[in-house]
Design a protein around this ligand. Structure first.
Ligand code: SF4
Ligand code: SF4
Length: 373
């Protein structure tokens, strides 16, 4: 049997109903052509059938974009019907949706709750911080529309988590962000540090990126607030990943794993790629309509890609944090250096955060293992 893998599906390609200034995927419009990008019924059915026929212990479908709700609710209703049709009794199937939240209404809320989708909503903090970069094409802020989407989830008991993109503005305000999200009753938070190359000088980070140090200080402060708030009351993805690792399990964030994750990206047209950050000609493994999906996921291109992360720079090899960090994500290593064999762009930030939090995280891991938390 093939090594199990999960799917990150982009059913509407890079298309989106808003235009965040820092979006790293909007440029894929050039790669796939300027027409609207929508997954056809044929590709959708083939994808579900071929993936479920791998008969993995757990089959995970995660939808992302661009904006995956642009497909309309009927696409997802058909999805769950196809999953029932092609899954076997007892086969575990999970669905996740990462969205900007704007199109979510009561109908969506009911559906997401009924089928237990893990829904992630992108929000950058209180209104002023959220709207700094997350605007629509007319330049209008999106905060109120996202809040309406969150309300629709709440009214219908659809569980959601919040993904915060840390940029040069909101990273300066950890306390305000923490108070805002806990005030909303959010129980799952994920902070993604933003770094992209500047368009006019690829050796520098774009203006909206954060510095490594800002990231380290931000996560350290969030860590302290999380301890005061109660570690059982809020899940923060980075802390969860570290705790899992410190208790002898795998990291849940691929950034810190030895190898890249065993997931593949499926674009709207069925093209398969190695990773969300590497949707390029070099990392295209083929198309699911022309080759078995498990063959694509186990291809030479994917195996070589996954192994590259193990190519560790000498500075990392002698680092006190090598075991938990593994040099970070190859995308961040290559961001300004152009080579995957370099310490992460966020290296200094990781050190600040690990020095601050690891001793206490180790103690928490021990208490959890002893059943004292
Ligand atoms: S390149 Fe980065 S994001 Fe992609 S699978 Fe590897 S570690 Fe994860
Ligand atoms: S903290 Fe920096 S030097 Fe240490 S392993 Fe991570 S990226 Fe490498």
């Amino acid at each position: 049997m093939a090594r199990p893998f999960t799917l990150l599906i982009k059913p509407a390609g890079p298309d989106c109903n808003i235009a965040c200034r820092y979006c790293f995927y909007a440029c894929k419009t050039e790669f796939f052509g300027r027409q609207a990008h929508r997954m056809s019924d044929e590709v959708q059915e083939h994808l579900v059938k071929s993936y479920l026929e791998c008969r993995f212990e757990q089959s995970s479908f995660a939808f992302q974009g661009g904006e995956p709700t642009l497909m309309g609710l009927d696409f997802y209703k058909r999805l769950v019907e196809l999953q029932k049709q092609y899954g076997e009794p007892g086969q575990v199937v999970t669905n996740a949706l990462q969205t900007n939240g704007i199109l979510l209404d009561d109908q969506w809320g009911k559906f997401l709750a009924e089928y237990k989708f893990l829904t992630g909503i992108s929000m950058d903090g209180p209104k002023d911080y959220h709207e700094y970069y997350r605007k629509d094409r007319a330049g209008n802020g999106t905060f109120d529309r996202v809040m309406a989407g969150i309300e629709a989830c709440r009214r219908n008991n659809a569980e959601y988590n919040i993904l915060v993109l840390l940029n040069n503005i909101n990273v300066q305000h950890p306390d305000e962000l923490f108070d805002f999200f806990t005030g909303l009753g959010v129980q799952y938070l994920q902070f993604v540090p933003c770094v992209e190359r500047a368009q006019d000088d690829p050796t520098k980070a774009a203006l909206y990126s954060i510095t490594p140090e800002a990231y380290g200080h931000f996560m350290s402060r969030i860590f302290d607030r999380w301890l005061d708030y109660g570690v059982r009351n809020l899940s923060v993805r980075l802390f969860d990943s570290l705790l899992s690792y410190l208790m002898g399990g795998p990291h849940t964030e691929c950034t810190f794993c030895r190898r890249c994750a065993d997931y593949i990206v499926i674009e709207h047209n069925g093209d398969a790629f190695c990773c969300d950050f590497y949707v390029t000609g070099d990392t295209r493994m083929g198309n699911i309509m022309g080759a078995p999906i498990e063959q694509l996921a186990g291809s030479e291109i994917k195996r070589n890609f996954n192994r590259k992360k193990m190519d560790i720079d000498n500075k990392c090899l002698v680092c006190r944090h090598l075991d938990v960090c593994r040099g970070g994500c190859p995308k961040d290593r290559a961001m300004l250096t152009r080579t995957h064999k370099a310490p992460s762009y966020f290296c200094e930030g990781y050190k600040i955060f690990f020095d601050h939090a690891l001793p206490r995280l180790r103690a928490i891991a021990q208490k959890i293992q002893q059943g004292n938390i």
